[in-house]
Design a protein around this ligand. Structure first.
Ligand SMILES: *Cc1c(COP(=O)(O)O)cnc(C)c1O
Length: 491
């Protein structure tokens, strides 16, 4: 291992009081000042942003819980590694160090770099998806679906029937249903299926993991029919952490061993380094030279030369160190343990949240929170706007606004309407987490004041990023007035 390889520390420290409190196993050495603007400004800001939290500027945002993408805290070792970056168009030693980290952590020899996760999806889709292709997967991710359909393919989601139940005790809601997988292959024929895709810590259903037992079964079926298995490893560290927590066979295994076990089962592993290890970058890795050769000309065409792929060498260095740090349980447990804490507190207050607590963020169930708002009025988008108004905290809509329209122009109603409050790794403190809990509690008490929203500007592709919406009534003004009445001159 590289000299920057971390020492492993325990993930959880027990409290004498018996309280389940996530303990930070790091100290804060660089800080950034935050703004908490008054509710009147928040009311104006969310209207200016077209009731789309993507359109808010961070000068109006207190806690940015939009995403973990590119927002995890960097370690001292990552920052230091950037100073040894080797600037070269071709043959950079920074890339050699990244290759070696990928080989150690993911067990794959061949690495294709790309500027971020969706760029790897572009390359994989262009290389393997043809008009009429069927891509079975546990569940789609927004950019994955867009790239596959753009290349003429069709996505088939095959989770277990109860995986979309908001409140559940199932430890692995991200598992693929093997019976359904067999049925999809029987129906379409293996020849139409270029690959099966499994997504670690399934993002859109609440950061829910799959088990290694399930991945082995998927592999067995894939082998039987001669189909490739592709793993989206953007959130693989958290999935590995949950395997250790929830799958008996791996109770005493190291996170490094679990990561290898997961990746060994896939022909192609791709990832967004913005999530898994650094603030930029992505990659595709494999041990099969012919697959590497099929994809490499697309990297040169879209991303850059094979030893930088659109990423700066400094980022490549920090990706390498960050990837190794992903095997450290005390690092990888930080985000899931804060999420678990918040989910537990919200449940105790009767606020509907996705359970069990997953990776990535705390997911509030907008349909349970706002039963009076029909899905066509975008309850998750309304809740994201209302929560910003109540707190200055920016979450993300993961519901019908993040979905698409069918050929007739009707909304395809999302399976779940969620407000995602992301916990980028090692960024927020416990008191900030308690503030989130407190303001959500207030909002829940005042939920009947919240109304629906509608599109006023709607882009055709990935509309949730740049779309603009408006409130269906003056509910935002009423909510802001109630806030002022309850909180006096406090922000
Ligand atoms: C974020 C993400 C992507 C896309 O990665 P970007 O770096 O944001 O382009 C793909 N798959 C999953 C599961 C993700 O969470």
């Amino acid at each position: 291992m590289n000299k920057t390889a971390p020492e492993s520390s325990p993930a959880k420290v027990k409290f004498f009081s018996g309280e389940n409190i996530p303990l930070e196993l790091h100290k804060v050495r660089v800080v950034q000042k935050l703004n908490l603007v008054p509710v009147e400004r928040r009311l104006a800001a969310i209207a200016e942003a077209g009731f789309n939290t993507f359109q808010l500027g961070t000068s109006d945002v207190y806690l940015d819980m939009l995403t973990d993408s590119g927002t995890n805290a960097m370690s001292d070792a990552q920052t230091a590694s950037m100073m040894q970056a080797d600037d070269a168009y071709a043959g950079s030693q920074s890339f050699v160090r990244l290759q070696s980290a990928v080989e150690d952590v993911f067990g794959k020899k061949y690495l294709l770099p790309a500027h971020q996760g969706r760029a790897t999806e572009n390359v994989i889709s262009q290389a393997f998806v043809k008009p009429g292709s069927i891509i079975p997967m546990n569940y789609h991710f927004t950019t994955t679906l867009a790239h596959i359909t753009r290349n003429g393919g069709e996505v088939v989601e095959i989770l277990a029937d109860d995986a979309l139940q908001i409140q559940s005790t199932k430890p692995f809601k991200g598992n693929m249903d093997i019976g359904k997988l067999e049925a999809v292959i029987a129906k379409h024929g293996a020849a139409k299926i270029p690959f099966i895709r499994m997504e670690a810590s399934t993002n859109l259903i609440g950061g829910q993991p799959f088990s290694i037992a399930n991945l082995r079964e998927v592999r067995r079926v894939a082998d039987k029919h001669g189909i490739m298995l592709v793993l989206d490893a953007s959130l693989i560290g958290e999935n590995a952490y949950f395997v250790k927590q929830r799958e008996d066979e791996f109770k005493t295994a190291s996170v490094a061993t679990i990561l290898r076990e997961l990746c060994d089962l896939a022909d192609i592993v791709y990832f967004s380094a913005r999530k898994v290890s650094s603030s930029r970058g992505g990659g595709i890795c494999t041990n099969r030279k012919e697959l590497f050769d099929t994809m490499k000309s697309l990297i040169v065409l879209y991303e850059g030369f094979l030893t930088y792929g659109g990423i700066s060498v400094r980022e490549i260095e920090s990706m390498a160190v960050g990837l190794r740090e992903t095997t450290d349980e005390s690092v990888i447990s930080q985000s899931p343990s804060f999420i678990e804490y918040l989910v537990g507190r919200l449940q105790a207050l009767g606020i509907p949240v996705v359970t069990p607590a997953g990776g990535l963020g705390c997911h509030v169930d907008a349909r349970g929170f706002l039963p009076h708002i029909p899905q066509k009025d975008y309850p998750a988008g309304a809740l994201a706007s209302a929560f910003y108004l109540a707190s200055g905290v920016r979450g993300m809509e993961r519901g019908t606004v993040s979905s698409v329209r069918d050929a007739q122009g009707n909304d395809i109603l999302a399976d779940a309407e969620l407000l995602r409050l992301a916990f980028p790794r090692r960024v927020f403190t416990l008191s900030q987490t308690k503030y989130v809990e407190d303001r959500l509690h207030w909002l829940y008490q005042n939920r009947e004041l919240i109304g629906g929203i509608h599109f006023v500007e709607e882009p055709e592709v990935l509309r949730f990023f740049n779309g603009r919406l408006a409130a269906n009534s003056d509910w935002p003004q009423k909510l802001a007035a109630k806030f002022r009445a309850d909180f006096g001159d406090s922000l």
